[in-house]
Design a protein around this ligand. Structure first.
Ligand code: PMP
Length: 305
């Protein structure tokens, strides 16, 4: 699938046309996965384009590279301005996905990556609607386990880490389901290849903690806040695999997936096979917040225009 990329990208501090943004074949990141990225959404509400939780994304962007001493050679302010700037430059007036990334550039075959390793930084964007069917998707546990801190830091949002997501997705598709669920090294639920997971049991929400190798998702954090507003209990705790099948509701959270209900898990129908009551409340809250209809959360939105 070729992305419908916007006309301009931001590359090492400059706006250039997309086809001119090229890297040499010796780029370290291509060989060793030494790239750091974020996925960000911006929403058009008919009046303005709003970037959702931009500050949190920029913070995680820098932090991901710090696990490996890979330098992001520009300030948070420069990145923030470049993200809103690339939307402006492309005159975007529809919902879009924004992908900032930096990566180790020309560094030979050297595995001793230090803060002195040269890096490049770029941002592209494309129009983006729903990733998944919001009426609900099917999911199943796959045999591949989520990698853990035993081997590499799960909180580093880096290219190489996503090989685990790719092999899990391949297995899920072979099994005929829409999305994979990975267990952690101890056999508890961790997350999906690119989303966090929540279950609802007896009116209470639960999501795996970071010690189950789940990414500290920004949407996950938003849902925890929304649950508090809606007077719902929410716990970060171990979730046993067998709890999935007896959950009243299950949903995924992520920038791309937003809030996506799971209506079938390991061939078991969840709830009555359509999005549950609590899931729908959270979805509604999410939409009102990103559309800037909920003034309590307008500080989570950065206006582009
Ligand atoms: N887990 C993984 C592995 C992811 O790639 C993502 C997407 N960034 C998420 C969870 C969800 O995180 P966020 O809500 O910050 O997009």
């Amino acid at each position: 699938m070729k992305l419908p990329l916007s006309k301009y990208v931001w590359f090492d501090g400059k706006y250039i046309s997309t086809e001119k943004a090229l890297v040499p074949i010796t780029t370290h990141a291509i060989h060793y996965g030494t790239s750091i990225f974020e996925g960000i959404r911006a929403y058009w509400n008919g009046k303005n384009l709003y970037v959702f939780r931009l500050d949190e994304h920029v913070k995680r962007f820098r932090r991901s590279g710090q696990f490996y001493n890979i330098s992001l050679n520009c300030s948070d302010k420069e990145i923030t301005n470049a993200i809103t700037g690339i939307c402006k430059k492309n005159k975007i007036e529809k919902p879009c996905y924004i992908r900032p990334f930096y990566f180790v550039g020309d560094y030979g075959i050297n595995l001793h990556v230090t803060e002195k390793a040269p890096t490049n930084v770029a941002i592209f964007t494309f129009p983006f609607g729903d990733l998944f069917d919001k009426k609900g998707i099917t999911a199943g546990v796959v045999s591949w386990r989520k990698f853990s801190d035993i081997s590499t830091p799960p909180q580093a949002k880096m290219g190489g880490n996503y090989l685990n997501s790719i092999i899990a997705t391949q297995e899920a598709k072979r099994n005929g389901v829409d999305e994979a669920i990975l267990l952690d090294q101890n056999g508890n639920v961790s997350e999906a290849p690119g989303e966090n997971i929540f279950i609802v049991r007896n009116g209470k929400l639960a999501t795996p903690s970071l010690s189950s190798s789940a990414l500290e998702g920004i949407t996950r954090d938003a849902v925890i806040e929304f649950a508090k507003d809606l007077n719902l209990d929410v716990m970060e705790r171990d979730i046993a695999r067998s709890e999935l099948g007896i959950s009243d509701e299950i949903f995924l959270t992520g920038t791309a997936a937003e809030i996506t209900p799971i209506v079938s898990m390991d061939s078991k129908i969840i709830g009555n096979g359509s999005p549950g009551k609590i899931t729908k409340k959270i979805m509604k809250k999410y939409t009102s917040v990103v559309m800037n209809e909920d003034k309590d959360y307008s500080h989570w939105l950065t206006a582009v225009y």
